[in-house]
Design a binder for this molecule. Sequence first.
Ligand code: SF4
Ligand code: SF4
Length: 198
Amino acid sequence: MRIPQSERELTWWEKIYLPEVVRGLAITGRHFFVNLARHVLHLLGFNKVPKGAVTFQYPEEVRPISPRLRTVHRLARRADGSPRCVACMMCETVCPANCISIVGAEHPDPNIEKYPVRFDIDLGKCVFCGFCVEACPEDAIRMDTGIYDFAAYTREGMILTLETLLSLEPAPYVKVPPQDRAADPGPIHARKGTVAPL
Ligand code: SF4
Ligand code: SF4
């Protein structure tokens, strides 16, 4: 039976650490010099040599992201601008991190049962699993804003409120279904920066 790495006794050689430190430095150094050589060979026109690893100069240079990436949530709106959400609590119930908090109220339109008067998502607790999006029967909550670099100075600053969630737009690469176009018009917000007031 294979013993898990965490339960295995360290050997004497491993306990003195220095050889492992040297081994780590050797691996890092090998990658550095191989990449350097590949970049230099490409500059000299040896294009058959595989390209060296590329480092993005973040945050000045933002790496392209996949349209499938789950990013900060938003709440979709109806054509009249009201929330599409019917405060059914499905997302709150399914959330494994307990980070959604909804307060619902009776909707004046008898065809719509309820609407949210309060809808908070605590991004400090969210694990970005996407269960809330999957569970929503109204397609009201989406994780397609393209925003992933958010931060706040306080824990409260990590909480997205109903107003913030309704104000966020889909990322430019997201195809908005025709029935939503009136409700989700452009322009698209910048993808960088915080999404919650600090
Ligand atoms: S993505 Fe997952 S953890 Fe985050 S709010 Fe949705 S269900 Fe909860
Ligand atoms: S976002 Fe969807 S699942 Fe969550 S309360 Fe609103 S309608 Fe229900």
